[in-house]
Design a protein around this ligand. Structure first.
Ligand code: HEM
Length: 487
């Protein structure tokens, strides 16, 4: 295949890209060979910091199509009519491992979805699980450190993980999901995606409802056994990347059905009164029986990126990106995340990361943010300052027409331990599993638990017992089968 002639980055044709300029055939080299110098300099700067979490990932573009009218809930234009299509980008990931880690590790999977809407980018940055380990973002850096490497040994540590989890009972629901077979999905196409948090929607009449987003795989759920996942980690560590890329390349486009659960503030208040569960607590689901699923649309992934680094590694999604008609909730985890992502991306990708093609909205951008490294469009000749004048803002813009959110309570730090019920929903999940699934869960837990101290094992067993006595008994039996003596 003939290739175009090589140039420097400044477009200067290069006569010889294979032999450095040297003083005589044996060298030394001449500093004036700036093509060699530029080539080595650029190579030295090829890496950007990997994401502090979710470093290993795969991305693809797609289309979202509205199938059901939800204009009663939201005025967001992407939902304006049945049949309306919006371009999307989705990045899947694992959480704890480095950029080179294996795709089949036991870990939640990221499901970070961008909608390029006519009113700006809406990013729904979720996971393949409806809940999370924590309910307060102040604990997130500590939790993530337990999933990374020991500061001295540089090894992953079951002790760090279970020391943390056993002292944070709110993690039990997600720990139960993680150690079930859903903790090792068979690639990215055979798993669901969730917004996980409670979000809000605002309609044209200025009414707010709260929603949970569910993307249900049309490929069917398929999980790996622990043994299969371990084997594939050795034989094909990029298993999920390969599966996704190849499926799209052969035209076998994966699809997910978007459904939402919807509740008014009054319905949530009544539900909380009845169940004792805070509807904004990320460690809790809204049972489908209480809040039925309502179908909204279909997401299809149908285009592979051309360049992984430019389009996937530099992708920068943030839960703070919502469009008019969509909104946040008081969920403390979500509130912490609203700060964290853009801040991480200013460091990881740079000041002007939102102007890169994968991140740029597909609608006009107009503000007075200027300059900084890599400012290639930079507002052109437009005025670079704003003045206070009527009509300077968009009457349809974000926040306009939203009902005021009534808040109460004294500013302070509130410890939910001792008052929140962190066991019933984890127990409900355990009770949903069939016998084989329960056995797999208990075996999967016994693996790492058998490596940690008695003190941690006992503390963690106490949580399983409180969720369901059969859960505690099952893990004890699995530990004994591994030769670990437990009461
Ligand atoms: C307060 C808790 C959390 C904090 C502080 C946090 C922070 C972060 C940060 C800093 C990144 C890297 C962003 C980047 O460099 O582009 C990230 C990535 C990510 N987080 Fe979180 N996170 C939190 C909780 C969660 C939760 C609860 C979920 C899912 C429900 C989640 C899903 C993701 C996903 C999917 C990515 C990868 C995004 C991508 O593919 O580019 N995170 N998180």
């Amino acid at each position: 295949m003939s290739q175009p002639p090589i140039t420097t980055a400044s477009g200067i044709p290069v006569a010889d890209n294979q032999n450095s300029a040297s003083a005589g055939p044996r060298g030394p080299l001449l500093l004036q060979d700036f093509h060699l110098v530029e080539k080595l300099q650029h190579f030295n700067r090829e890496r950007i910091p990997e994401r502090v979490v979710h470093a290993k990932g795969s991305g693809a573009y797609g289309t979202f199509t509205v199938t059901h009218d939800i204009r009663g809930f939201t005025k967001a234009k992407l939902f304006a009519s049945v049949g309306k299509q919006t371009d999307t980008f989705l990045r899947f990931s694992t959480v704890g491992g480095e950029k080179g880690s294996a795709d089949t590790e036991r870990d939640p999977r990221g499901f970070a979805l961008r909608f390029y809407t006519e009113e700006g980018n809406w990013d729904l940055v979720g996971n393949n699980t409806p809940v999370f380990f924590l309910k307060d973002g102040i604990k997130f850096p500590d939790f993530i450190h337990t999933q990374k490497r020991d500061p001295q040994t540089n090894l992953k540590s079951a002790t760090m993980m279970f020391d943390f989890w056993s002292k944070a009972p709110e993690s039990l629901h997600q720990v139960t999901t993680l150690f079930s077979s859903r903790g090792t999905p068979d690639g990215y196409r055979h798993m669901h995606g969730f917004g996980s948090h409670t979000y809000s929607m605002i309609n044209d009449a200025g009414e707010r409802v709260y929603v949970k987003y569910h993307f249900l795989t049309q490929q069917g759920i398929r999980n790996l056994t622990a043994a299969e996942a371990t084997r594939i980690a050795g034989s094909d560590p990029d298993y999920a990347q390969r599966d996704l890329f190849n499926a799209i390349a052969r035209g076998d486009f994966p699809r997910w059905t978007l459904s939402i659960q919807v509740a008014t503030e009054a319905q949530l208040a009544a539900w909380e009164q009845r169940t004792g569960w805070n509807p904004f607590d990320l460690t809790k689901v809204w049972p489908h029986g209480d809040f039925p699923m309502q179908q909204v649309g279909v997401l299809e992934l149908n285009r592979n990126p051309l360049n992984y680094h430019a389009e996937v590694e530099q992708a920068a999604l943030s839960p703070s990106n919502v469009v008019p008609g969509l909104g946040y909730s008081p969920d403390k985890m979500l509130q912490a995340r609203l700060f964290a992502y853009h801040d991480a991306q200013l460091y990881r990708v740079g000041t002007n990361h939102q102007y890169l093609p994968v991140n740029a909205p597909r609608c006009p951008v107009h503000n007075q943010q200027r300059d900084g490294a890599m400012a290639f469009a930079n507002g052109g000749a437009q005025q670079n300052y704003a003045t206070v004048e009527a009509g300077g803002t968009n009457p349809q813009g974000l926040g306009n027409g939203e009902p005021a959110l009534a808040l109460d309570g004294a500013a302070g730090r509130y410890d939910p331990r001792g008052t929140d019920d962190d066991y019933t929903q984890a127990g409900n999940l355990f009770r949903l599993l069939d016998a084989a699934e329960r056995q797999a869960l208990c075996d999967n837990l016994a693996g790492p638990l058998s490596q940690v101290s008695d003190e941690i094992v006992q503390r963690q067993l106490g949580h399983f017992d409180k969720a369901d006595v059969a859960y505690g008994a099952g893990v004890r039996a699995a530990l004994k089968a591994r030769g670990r003596n437990v009461d």
